[in-house]
Design a binder for this molecule. Structure first.
Ligand SMILES: [Zn+2]
Length: 241
């Protein structure tokens, strides 16, 4: 069903994009450059790359497309590391459909997909930490993720009084953890993360306050996913579960 022209026109101008902002434990750490001088900084940047790749691969797998994926490292004065932010988004058409679904306020497959992709960054990061033998911590700074998840959860509980956000969180987390355990998805996440991390850490370091951004075009990320067997829409979580 077509949405009213007015809302579509309004939503058409809205760039549906999600941003994760981290201020991790290693922020403000002094280091000489971004190319391997400091292992905790490298690990922080790599885990942020895994987090963002997790969002992007799950976004594509639930059928919401894949736009540009980017990391931005913040360099504070005198070369101190101030953490790395990540951003990723769906394709423009999928973004419009999502905006429209939020506008209608009716829980559906598209909104469940958004809740799943919102948690995908944390799930990917956690799996990578376990794999590397690093004690897993919660990505507490990922406020964009919580906001997106919360927008869906509100619509979900509003439709049935017996529903709780707690149960919804547990269910979405289960779906996401199963998804990142799929070897096709996980290999695609690791490859994309490696490209993002290598691109960022190879960038020339500056000894003054700066933001160093490295982006991977959506089409390059999709090519990597397809090579690993990830298909658009292959992940269709059960709406009624
Ligand atoms: Zn995130």
């Amino acid at each position: 069903m077509e949405a009213p022209a007015l809302s579509l026109a309004r939503l058409g101008r809205t760039k549906v994009r999600h941003r994760c902002s981290f201020r991790s434990a290693v922020a403000s750490r002094k280091q000489r450059d971004l190319r391997g001088q400091d292992a905790p900084v490298q690990l922080d940047m790599y885990l942020t790359a895994v987090h963002e790749a997790g969002h992007a691969v799950i976004c594509y797998a639930v059928g919401l497309g894949c736009g540009e994926i980017a990391l931005t490292a913040h360099i504070l004065s005198k070369g101190a590391y101030g953490g790395t932010d990540g951003e990723s988004g769906s394709g423009m058409k999928a973004g419009n459909r999502t905006g429209d679904a939020f506008h209608r306020g009716e829980f559906n497959q598209l909104l469940l997909g958004n809740a799943v992709l919102a948690m995908a960054g944390m799930a990917a990061e956690r799996k990578a930490m376990i794999g590397l033998g690093v004690p897993p911590h919660v990505a507490a700074g990922a406020s964009g993720d919580r906001a997106l998840w919360n927008d869906v959860a509100k619509i979900y509980v509003r439709q049935d009084r017996r529903r709780t956000k707690f149960a919804f969180a547990a269910r979405v987390w289960r779906i996401v953890q199963d998804a990142v355990d799929d070897p096709r998805i996980w290999q695609a996440v690791l490859h994309i993360a490696r490209r993002l991390f290598e691109g960022l850490s190879a960038t020339t370091f500056r000894k003054r306050k700066a933001k160093i951004r490295h982006a991977l075009p959506g089409r390059a990320a999709v090519a990597t996913m397809l090579r690993h067997g990830v298909r658009a829409g292959m992940l269709q979580p059960d709406l009624t579960g």
